[in-house]
Design a protein. Structure first.
Length: 214
């Protein structure tokens, strides 16, 4: 079975990051790579990322540009991506997380453009309460399921993440409704820990997160 690749969040070897390799990444990954390269003092990588970003279509590009991204990434539906990780969803249409039967590992899909990076680590909000009607999805069945999986992953220590690519719809969480969903790259897996920050749950990974867990 083909092994999944880890998303290029932290540059580890500057000589490996050529322009050709960076050009094969999506805009979100290039931006993350540039941010983390700057944090780690890898000026040459950050400069290459900036050069490549100038050649990409503007944000919000659709049609042929979106099709090209999808074709280059071999994106699949959430259900198929979860199945590739040994997870069978309770709700094929609504679930954004599940538990692998073989070992009990929690696997979640993360909206790629919601990933934040800085200080040598990356993070992504997994779940937050519906305060004042700000996040109605959190009170729906899929949101409550996500909350249960966040709590389980917090106890277990680690979880796996699959990145979802698409365009967000203003005024809506992408988990609930998105302008477009291009799909999930089943070969890219992020291993992260779950942190409880007040009533919120966050996925955290990268060098700083790994040091904190050591």
């Amino acid at each position: 079975m083909k092994q999944p690749r880890i998303a290029p969040i932290i540059p580890r070897n500057a000589s490996n990051w050529t322009r050709e390799r960076i050009e094969r990444l999506a805009r979100q990954e290039i931006e993350q790579l540039r941010t983390n390269a700057e944090v780690l003092g890898e000026a040459s990588i950050a400069e290459l990322c900036s050069e490549v970003l100038k050649t990409l279509p503007k944000r919000g590009a659709t049609g042929a540009a979106a099709a090209a991204v999808k074709k280059g990434r071999h994106l699949v539906s959430r259900a198929r991506a979860f199945e590739a990780r040994g997870v069978f969803l309770q709700d094929m249409r609504g679930s954004w997380s599940g538990v692998r039967r073989s070992d009990g590992t929690v696997v979640m899909t993360l909206w790629a453009k919601a990933v934040q990076s800085g200080d040598g680590a990356c993070s992504c909000l997994l779940w937050a309460p519906n305060l004042g009607g700000s996040r109605p999805w959190s009170d729906k069945a899929a949101g409550r399921e996500r909350l249960e999986h966040c709590r389980l992953a917090l106890k277990q220590g680690w979880a796996e993440g699959l990145l979802v690519y698409g365009e967000q719809l203003d005024g809506h969480l992408p988990e609930d409704k998105a302008r477009t969903v291009q799909g999930v790259d089943p070969e890219t897996v992020v291993r992260f820990k779950v942190e409880a920050r007040g009533d919120e749950y966050w996925a955290v990974w990268g060098r700083s997160a790994e040091r904190a867990a050591a």
